[in-house]
Design a protein around this ligand. Structure first.
Ligand code: ADP
Ligand code: MG
Length: 245
């Protein structure tokens, strides 16, 4: 039976997606036959062993890369065959991406890193300043706006990266092992932040190396060798108790 959110139209709708890599004489079918529908406000974890295609799938969802075959509709619009520039424009508007290694720009300070997506959107300077300050306050980084990435702990860098992902107010947040380079306290802080965003209505897709964190999601999709092999709904009592885990 469909849950309440699944009565809406899917925000992400992939049908028969394949992704193929070739190079150095090696052919890899990283994803095949992926059918995936994600509904507004859902919190989904993509699970599976190393090399099964989790990052590839997340990067296709996030329009960092295009599929070799298949159809992908994002918010009802076909995004299967866009070029690089078209993909970037939609990604900048609709998607906040958080990476394991933070991907901050080393010669920009915290404020400038977070401001960058708004510069790409041609948001006026005064509004940029207001929005950057508000989102940095939200992730607890107001005191360090002038710091450069190398002057921050891993947790602070990741909070900055979360702020950068949020500053455009994206409908979808994608996180690829966001706690992979953090100690458990810093990792928990990032996971609580994602949880809060989900509570406010964000659609979240998470890949995590830490099985405990899969329970933060409502829905777990299990990948093996580039295919979805099963799916389960997280028991709500487990979800509610996750903070004591
Ligand atoms: P996971 O994130 O689950 O560990 P990936 O999505 O990174 O897995 O990789 C899935 C498969 O695709 C692996 O066999 C990997 O070697 C291959 N792969 C991923 N990215 C590339 C790439 N850019 N070029 C060639 N092969 C790749
Ligand atoms: Mg990966």
């Amino acid at each position: 039976m469909k849950n309440k959110k699944q009565q809406l139209s899917p925000v992400i709708n992939m049908q028969n997606i394949q992704k193929h890599f070739s190079g150095n004489g090696v052919e890899t079918l990283a994803l095949s036959g992926i059918n995936l529908e994600i509904y507004p406000g859902e919190y989904t974890a993509i699970c599976g062993p190393s090399g099964c295609g989790k990052s590839t799938l997340l990067s296709l969802i996030g329009l960092l890369d295009g599929a070799s075959q298949g159809s992908y509709q994002l918010n009802g619009a076909d995004v299967s065959s866009l070029n690089l520039n078209q993909r970037s424009a939609i990604r900048n508007r609709e998607i906040g991406f958080i990476f394991q290694n933070f991907n901050l720009i080393g010669d920009l300070n915290v404020f400038k890193n977070v401001e960058l997506p708004l510069v790409y959107q041609s948001v006026p300077a005064k509004e940029r300043k207001e929005r950057v300050e508000a989102v940095l306050a939200r992730v607890g980084m107001s005191e360090r706006m002038a710091h450069f990435p190398t002057q921050l702990s891993g947790g602070q860098q990741q909070r900055t990266a979360v702020a950068r992902a949020l500053v455009t107010d994206p409908a979808i947040i994608l996180a690829d092992e966001p706690t992979g380079n953090l100690d458990s306290e810093q990792g928990n802080a990032i996971m609580s932040l994602l949880d809060k965003l989900h509570g406010e209505g964000a659609t979240i897709c998470l890949v995590t190396h830490d099985p405990r964190y899969n329970n933060y999601a409502e829905r777990q999709i299990n990948l093996l060798d580039g295919k979805i092999i099963s799916e389960n709904i997280t028991d709500s009592s487990v979800r509610l108790n996750k903070k004591s885990a």
